[in-house]
Design a protein around this ligand. Structure first.
Ligand code: ADP
Length: 493
């Protein structure tokens, strides 16, 4: 099959979070399974150009209709660790992708509506006719809308769309302007409950809703989150829309890229290890402590958190975990970045306050290299999310023998099975600690069980870590599931 992914991220060249990992990892797996994959991405000024090989201009004169005129674009092409990527660069005073950021501009909905339109124009004008167009999140929600309302009549009549929702929180809610800009020129037609009208704000349109209504298949990134999205508040108002379209909605668990996340040959990890020489992991703990100037006390376990510092990630519980770890004479390393200024200054304040503490380190920012060393060196990783569509950090932790302590929501529930209490997994297939409530007592009790096992029963703790490493969270199985979806929608009219 010929698959084109249209996305706002692809790791490592454009990575703000898990979406980038998923787009890259899935593309690679699809190729391994014998399919042809190409990616269409925005050409941001701030992306990691050092990860692109052979960048050259592939299509010089892409004119993208926009309002009553057109914007001239160039399309560049290059390989990102083997994946063929096309980068769209508009030449206009709007400067859509020259902002020094991926997201967070006031006109984000316009920026990505333009990208969606440009991606379809590129397919049409360059005569690319993929079997499957795979879009991701609100940024590309308009792709199926425009495909089936416009481009279908201009050559793209045989394409099918799979739409993956990585986070229901951000839906791209905006005004009618987007319709006029993209040429979807019939407000009354799109402003209806069964098309693009936002379920809560009747005066607004919702790009993610458009993706749901128009795509041939929609999924979110774990089976449990698919259930939550339909039946709980994490559907963020889209529940009734998902209900209407439930026959084409499912949950496919993400994988992690086993080439990138491989403790046996990770380039950022000084001491490689596997289940067979697990004792080497301890040397990485030492290396991590050295790098972060933490005291090297053999009696102290090291707990980490890696991720965005925001409400979704349970930032209050992250904060509590840090102080609880210190209270229990453990060490804590936090690597995270906050986009909200209040949270940012809160954690900068903590960092300054704890600066001279030899048992903890707060690294505020995005640091891919350090993340690898932390996964390899920590004993436990805490993931106390409020909601978590899939979550990659617990799966990476498992791969590196770093025992996850998670809140039982979304994909965390599909991947972490409690050492003491899991009813569905035999003791030799359990791999972490799970708590359910959002209060600090629940977190403490799970952390206490983990710390107790580490301190009082190191052999069992090691066994638990190794059991986690035995899990297959690669893209192999999810990749096959996506292929199954593609096959299914390809053969339906
Ligand atoms: P998200 O909700 O942000 O997508 P995921 O758990 O799905 O969360 O994916 C997070 C990915 O981003 C993981 O690969 C994690 O290692 C990485 N990551 C998150 N924050 C940072 C950071 N500050 N520095 C380096 N990597 C990070």
């Amino acid at each position: 099959m010929y698959v084109v992914q249209i996305a706002s991220e692809c790791a490592p060249v454009i990575k703000a979070g898990g979406l980038g990992d998923v787009v890259y990892g899935l593309s690679r797996e699809l190729e391994i399974q014998g399919h042809c994959v190409e990616l269409i991405l925005p050409m941001y000024d701030c992306m990691r150009y050092d990860h692109i090989w052979g960048l050259h201009d592939a299509y010089r004169d892409l004119w993208v209709p926009w309002y009553d005129g057109a914007i001239h674009c160039s399309v560049f092409c290059g390989w990102v660790h083997g994946r063929l990527c096309f980068f769209i660069q508009p030449h206009s005073s709007d400067n859509f992708f020259n902002r020094g950021l991926y997201y967070g501009a006031l006109d984000d909905t316009i920026r990505f509506a333009f990208f969606s339109k440009a991606a379809l124009e590129f397919l049409q004008q360059s005569n690319k006719r993929p079997d499957i167009i795979h879009c991701h999140d609100w940024q590309t929600g308009l792709v199926p809308v425009m495909l089936f309302e416009m481009y279908k009549y201009h050559g793209l009549w045989n394409q099918r769309v799979c739409y993956t929702i990585h986070n229901f929180k951000h839906q791209g809610v905006c005004g009618a302007d987007i319709l006029h800009a993209t040429g979807l020129n019939n407000d009354a037609y799109y402003y209806t409950w069964d098309r693009l009208q936002d379920n809560h704000h009747p005066g607004a349109i919702n790009l993610m809703k458009g993706g749901i209504v128009y795509s041939n298949y929609i999924n979110t990134v774990s089976p449990h989150h698919a259930w939550e999205a339909r039946f709980s508040e994490v559907g963020c108002g889209l529940n009734p829309t998902l209900e209407v379209h439930h026959h084409k909605f499912g949950g496919i668990l993400n994988g992690i890229d086993y080439e990138v996340w491989n403790p046996e040959k990770d380039q950022y990890v000084p001491h490689h290890f596997s289940i067979d020489n697990f004792e080497e992991k301890a040397k990485n703990k030492k290396a991590l402590r050295e790098q972060l100037m933490l005291q090297d006390d053999p009696d102290k376990p090291l707990i980490c958190f890696i991720g965005r510092l925001d409400g979704q990630k349970g930032v209050h519980l992250v904060h509590h975990a840090l102080y609880y770890a210190l209270h229990k004479r453990a060490q804590f390393v936090l690597l995270g970045s906050a986009t909200e200024s209040g949270i940012n200054s809160w954690f900068w304040h903590e960092k300054t306050f704890l600066n001279s503490n030899p048992d903890c380190h707060l690294e505020l920012g995005f640091n891919e290299e350090l993340a690898h060393l932390i996964y390899a060196g920590a004993d436990m990783i805490v993931v106390p999310s409020n909601y978590e569509p899939c979550g990659l950090t617990q799966m990476i932790g498992l791969r590196y023998g770093t025992v996850p302590i998670v809140r039982g929501v979304g994909g965390l529930l599909n991947t972490v099975f409690d050492w003491d209490y899991d009813e569905h997994h035999s003791p030799e297939t359990r791999n972490g600690f799970v708590f359910y409530q959002t209060d600090s007592t629940a977190l403490e009790s799970a952390m206490e069980r983990a710390l107790d096992l580490w301190t009082k029963s190191p052999k069992h703790f090691q066994q638990l870590a190794i059991q986690g490493m035995e899990y297959d969270n690669s893209w192999n199985i999810p990749g096959s599931k996506y292929v199954g979806v593609y096959e299914h929608i390809r053969h339906r009219s």
